[in-house]
Design a protein around this ligand. Structure first.
Ligand SMILES: [Zn+2]
Length: 82
């Protein structure tokens, strides 16, 4: 099942989105922005354990970004070099 990680172009929030044929267009859970950048395809990872690790890592990253929200300028700078 394809799970994609997206980064919101609006607020920089990163999140995972499970893509099903019936899924609506993904949007940012933080600001409902639909202009998203797809980062990685987690379904390309063969091992279930590795996939779990990737998900945990992605969540940790998202948490870190959330905690880092006061540093908007730094984040914008970082995004440019992505
Ligand atoms: Zn957003």
């Amino acid at each position: 099942m394809p799970i994609y990680e997206y980064e919101c172009s609006g607020c920089g929030h990163r999140f995972e989105f499970l893509v099903l044929p019936s899924s609506p267009t993904p949007e940012c859970p933080e600001c409902q922005e639909k202009d998203l950048k797809r980062l990685i395809s987690l379904c390309a990872v063969s091992s279930e354990t590795t996939r779990e690790a990737h998900l945990a890592k992605a969540r940790k990253k998202a948490d870190a970004i959330r905690q880092d929200k006061q540093h908007e300028e730094h984040k914008a700078l970082h995004a440019e070099h992505d």
